[in-house]
Design a protein around this ligand. Sequence first.
Ligand SMILES: [Zn+2]
Length: 79
Amino acid sequence: MDTNSVGLLLQQKGVIKPCHRCDHMKFTVLNGFTKFILQKNFRDGVEAGGASVPVINVACDNCGAITAHAVGALGLKLD
Ligand SMILES: [Zn+2]
């Protein structure tokens, strides 16, 4: 994943506001994907192999607050 391209893509989509926690203006796109697991319930614990939403994460360079962006909404590929 090209983190610079992701940063530019976010800017093109108007993702330019300061950090929601500390108002800092500089961020780092973390190099890799994570996912949000989608479950209907937790009766059997966390189901890691079920439905999920892949995301990229952006961390505030000042306070470290992390914001997730859905890969599909950004038109990114997972390879
Ligand atoms: Zn911050």
